[in-house]
Design a protein around this ligand. Sequence first.
Ligand code: RIB
Ligand code: CA
Length: 316
Amino acid sequence: MDKRKVIYDCDPGHDDAIALLIGLASEKLDIVAITTSAGNQTQDRTYTNVKGLLSLVKREDIPVGRGAEKPLKRNLIIADYIHGKTGIDGAELPLPTVEDRKLKALDLMVEILRKSDEKVTIVATGPQTNVAILLMAYPELKEKIEAIVFMGGACFGGNYTPNSEFNIYVDPEAADIVASSGVPVYMFGLDVTLKAQFFKEDAEAVKKLGTETSRVIGGLLDFFSNKIAQPFLAPEGHIEGMHLHDACAMAYLVDPDMFTMVHTNLSVNTQDGLGLGQTVVDYNNKSKKEKNAWVGFDLDMDKFRALVKESIAKFD
Ligand code: RIB
Ligand code: CA
């Protein structure tokens, strides 16, 4: 079976790291490049973190392109209050073992899209600045993009402002360019990612794997859990869990049936004010506008938890 080619644009970031492991572990996906965005931390740190993660899982063969230092027109906002000083606190990542090729995200994306015989899927789990620059600078390459699958936004309720989710709020203009690009988009917003729970028992199961990867990821999960675990109303009542937002985007490519998706019109508010960065999801099709996005609203949490653990277990 031919693997789906994927360019992964991310800002690791604890949950970005889990998404990367899911992508690398899957027999269905070929992560042909990784590009780094600034969001959870500055570009310096997210770029360093990607290289450390690839060193950890012995995949330094994958080219890494350093992306934009800041959003298209706004100042950078970082989420160090969640992800810490390094952007991936709790994870003792090894140093890279290969020389830094100093590739640029845009050049890497363009080269791959131009050279690929088949369409390439872009997964984006940070602010979408790099993807927007690609779409603006090389519109002719849109036909080489299968889909843009992103974590970001929310139909109901934000996590950075009352109306907006962090990734979109950091660069709303970029998200608007992506949503209105004409490339099929798959949105995994807070409506579904807050249900993508990973529990302390899951983290303990990871640590019991006894591998170097599981030790490092165990430290990552412990830090992340302490930062964002919140009571989650499950059938058996409130239980502590951490929501692995970004993992949803990559998990969808591995097992789409795990998710409940709605085809609808998606637009992004770029007007300054209370609504800045809001993803307007026309769930009831009141606008009668073109349905440009598939938006996730539910997932099979047990399948999700199992996929995360199975993926981590595939690495030494
Ligand atoms: O709002 C959640 C998003 O912000 C995730 O992508 C997380 O990594 C942070 O970037
Ligand atoms: Ca992220």
